[in-house]
Design a protein around this ligand. Structure first.
Ligand code: KG4
Length: 333
């Protein structure tokens, strides 16, 4: 079954063709990151307008690279939530038109389910049940993936997402948007251990997380150093910050594994590309006898293939939508 998949929830327009949920025939992405970098973050209206410009040509590209014609497509999958609402609406409207014109099923896909499904593309033998640590620019979740379309959130951030926190910390360190990857590179230049940063704990909800205090602490440290003319060890601050994020995420993921008895943990989302988090997860999983799946970096960030992968399993579960399908900025997994 060939699924034409659309993703437009933030600043990447992405269109892919995926066969039977596991084989990527094409994965075309048009990133707007350079444009938003001029403003230090994603400007929602600009994101929507860029999706409008890019999506038709990208669809032609995805079909061409897959060696397909429109008539070879069996179904259309699309991110319908969560994300920047104007941006999601562009992909959704276009996908609906394609499904309508071709007379094929329309499959709604939750963006975070898509991130988790990126693991099916990287690891052909992976099957639920497993735990997923889904860490992206807008979401930070520990998810019990009981089955392909049956998921329960065990823990979540109470405020900022981990990626948002990386981007803000990177900004005060003078790094370009999106700041996660450059901050990761800067952090590699220092062993850290210079700055004391807060590690929040949510009383009564040991798997939940909070990153806003950490974000504010880094911003305050940087501003204070600037005001009093003190030198800032940028690499050490990057390192200590990334370590603090990892120290929040990794023990909670392991505690979730302990509580559920799951023996497989998958990482997902853009922040799963972080080298410190990847290393800490690997060590913790080795110690606990948990098998860790870390998707390759290109499958961590937003892409269309992950929507095609999850779309296949949503289709098998009978989760198709009518032409009245709407977009949502927030939606339970
Ligand atoms: O999953 P993603 O591409 O988009 C969303 O669905 O949000 O995640 C983007 C986020 C950004 O905040 C970006 O800075 C972060 O992932 N990111 C990283 C790294 N690479 C990307 N954060 C930390 N370390 C990285 N190496």
């Amino acid at each position: 079954m060939k699924i034409l998949a659309f993703e437009s929830s933030c600043d990447e327009t992405a269109v892919a063709v995926v066969e039977d949920g596991r084989t990527v025939l094409s994965d075309a992405i048009a990133s707007q990151a350079d444009l938003h970098a001029l403003y230090g973050g994603v400007v929602p209206e600009i994101a929507s307008r860029k999706h409008v410009e890019a999506i038709a040509a990208l669809t032609e590209q995805a079909l061409r690279e897959a060696g397909c014609t429109k008539q070879d497509i069996d179904a259309v999958a699309v991110t319908y939530a969560p994300g920047l609402i104007g941006a999601v609406l562009v992909g959704l409207s276009f996908a609906k038109s394609v499904a309508f014109a071709l007379g094929v099923p329309l499959i709604p896909v939750h963006h975070i389910r898509g991130h988790i499904a990126a693991n099916y593309l990287a690891f052909p033998d992976l099957e639920p049940p497993f735990l997923a640590l889904a860490i992206s620019g807008g979401n930070t979740l520990i998810v019990d993936v009981r089955d392909y379309t049956d998921m329960v959130i065990l823990g979540a951030t109470r405020d900022d997402a981990a990626g948002e926190c990386f981007d803000k910390a990177a900004r005060v360190l003078g790094l370009p948007y999106p700041g996660g990857a450059p901050l990761d590179a800067l952090a590699q230049q220092s062993p850290g251990g210079v700055y004391t940063l807060p590690h929040a704990h949510v009383d009564g909800a040991e798997l939940d997380m909070s990153f806003s205090g950490l974000k504010t602490a880094v911003v305050n440290l940087a501003h204070h150093a600037q005001q009093v003319g003190e030198p800032l060890d940028r690499a050490a601050l990057a390192r200590d910050f990334a370590q603090a994020v990892s120290d929040t995420l990794v023990p909670r993921a392991m505690e979730a594994a302990r509580q559920t008895g799951r023996k497989i943990l998958c990482a997902a989302g853009g922040v799963a590309a972080n080298s410190i988090i990847r290393g800490d997860l690997q060590r913790a999983c080795d110690q606990a006898g948990v098998r860790l799946y870390l998707p390759p970096l290109k499958l961590c960030g937003d892409n269309g293939a992950m929507i095609g992968a999850q779309g296949y399993y949503e289709y098998l579960a009978g989760h198709t939508a009518g032409m009245d399908l709407n977009a949502y900025a927030t939606r339970d997994i």
